[in-house]
Write a protein that binds this ligand. Structure first.
Ligand code: ZN
Length: 206
């Protein structure tokens, strides 16, 4: 598995970042990269060295198909929710939309998704992640924790209940308010309110 060296940039390295958590996930040695490939990689113009020998940017986000190890692990045991601002526009078939992340990430159980997402649960469960607007995030009482921008390790993610039989505690050892069982204590009201809440929430999920 060799790298075709770039005459100008040598191994032409880029630090790969995870689309989900934003963390650095590795280093890729790309060698010679043409303009089309640069476009595919989502690099920003202007391409230095275009069209045949483009210089790799310092960071390249690998996109949703390549979660970092920790996010991959997290999305096997739960569904990742990523908070976005209320004015974010979800992408459609014809429009890229504009999503502004607001910094919170939570891993919730499949059961939580089934309960809260209603008709959208199926696709969220399949994708293993979903954007959630801040308003819906707070309506559901999802945790914001002390995450400033993006978590730096899996242990910094906040877990909701039912992830496993043992339950998961906050990494500092303190019984975290979202440990196992807590979800049952969220006041969702009676069935009627729950349905209303769900309808409202579903409408606000990107
Ligand atoms: Zn990640």
């Amino acid at each position: 598995m060799g790298v075709r060296l770039s005459p100008k940039w040598g191994v032409n390295p880029t630090i790969t970042t995870c689309w989900y958590c934003g963390k650095e996930s590795g280093l890729a040695l790309l060698g010679r990269v043409g303009e089309n490939r640069a476009k595919e990689m989502g690099w920003e113009k202007p391409y230095e060295g275009a069209p045949y020998d483009v210089k790799a940017p310092r960071f390249t986000c690998l996109g949703p198909a390549y979660p970092c190890e920790e996010c991959e692990k997290a999305m096997k045991i739960g569904v990742m929710l990523i908070s976005i601002t209320n004015d974010s526009k979800p992408p459609t078939a014809t429009d890229e939309g504009s999503i502004t992340r607001s910094g919170a990430i939570a891993i919730v159980s499949d059961d939580f998704v089934k309960e809260a997402f209603g008709d959208l649960a199926e696709s969220a469960l399949k994708r293993r992640f979903s954007f959630v607007t801040d308003k819906a995030w707070d309506t559901l009482g999802l945790p914001r924790g002390e995450i400033e921008s993006s978590p730096s390790s899996l242990s910094e993610f906040l877990f909701l209940s039912k992830l496993d039989e043992k339950g998961i505690k906050h990494p500092d050892g303190s019984p975290h308010s979202w440990e196992k069982g807590k979800i049952e204590e969220i006041d969702l009201g009676g069935d009627v309110e729950l349905k209303e809440l769900r309808d409202k929430f579903v409408a606000e999920i990107a």
